[in-house]
Design a binder for this molecule. Sequence first.
Ligand SMILES: *Cc1c(COP(=O)(O)O)cnc(C)c1O
Length: 397
Amino acid sequence: MKKEHAFETQVIHSGYDAKEHLGSLTTPLFQTSTFTFESAEQGEKRFAGEEGGYIYSRLANPTVKALEERMAQLEGADAALAFGSGMAAVSATLIALTKANDHIICSQGIYGCTYGLLTMLEEKYNIQTEFSNMKTEEALRSLIRPETACIYLETPINPTMELIDLSLVVRVAKEYDIPVVVDNTFCSPYLQQPLALGCDIVLHSATKYIGGHGDVVAGVLVGKQAFIDCVASTTQKDIGGILSPFDAWLLLRGLKTLPVRMDRHCVNAEQIVRKLQSHPAVGSVYYPGDATNPDYPIMQKQMKRGGGLISFEIKGDKQDAQFMLNQLTFIKKAVSLGDAETLIQHPATMTHSVVPEATREQMGIRDSLIRLSVGLEAWEDIWDDMQQALNKLVSSE
Ligand SMILES: *Cc1c(COP(=O)(O)O)cnc(C)c1O
């Protein structure tokens, strides 16, 4: 696969050569746990690393490898590793990067289970995490210590949709030689490629836009060869959160339509944002692709478009938020995101309920905040459903 092919071509072709597989158009599914050796000596050589070839599917599997090669190419990385969930990718990465008593600088606002993992690392290994909005170089620099092992961030931040300027973070991190890890789940490589901006490691919950069809839980990690090799031979091999061949096969299938789906998610989201902004039951609307959003200049610098996620405040409390969700007809009340179906959730009581209330407040996750993952349906239908639910909120006052 030539590097110079466009992204839209790479999502379909890279990492796979039909000639190697009897001409099969799609990547074959190697649904096998282990691989047979032709001789005992061959087994010995493979274990010693003297001969290439497969050994056991926790170590490597051809279907999973095809996915990894495609993802590495799409993110512009040396190499990739696939995992059984986004959290398996997050935990394998953070455990590989840190040792007891280290320090992590993290974005002010983070996926709920990542927050849970950071809390666990502190309790078990005294690895301390400090949160920063990373708005200025000074703010970031003031937190750096000799034992800072990495800067870990999401942009857009889940669920507040605030952005972090990746070039700013990279400038500071390079001065101190600290790796920058970006959870790129909300964007997918179609909308944002942090490695091209100098970040070191990118990971995904592939459950979301990469799979795109709500039928698989998976994670992907990409980065430089040395780091990927390190994870492959330690926190992936020995902790074992690997991806199944069938799930890799589903992700290869999903990836082919990533650019088409993302464009539609963005178009739909832009329309819904416009409508939400003029509804009387709605307060602030957070969407980085909106020209009135304070982070819009950062969006223009590092993202192709605003993406498919919108957060907004309703004028009301927790009960009102729950009431609104309960009025929806076809929009699904569910966590996760990036699916064909429009999904809606209440972060304070769902994805971010593990975050203590005071920290939630600091992160801007109020009881009135609702997160919408805009699907691929006709946007007019999505808005009709949202509007009738929001109207009931106004009339119930
Ligand atoms: C869903 C999600 C995760 C966790 O991924 P799983 O596949 O559910 O384990 C991590 N980060 C972000 C931003 C997510 O949305």
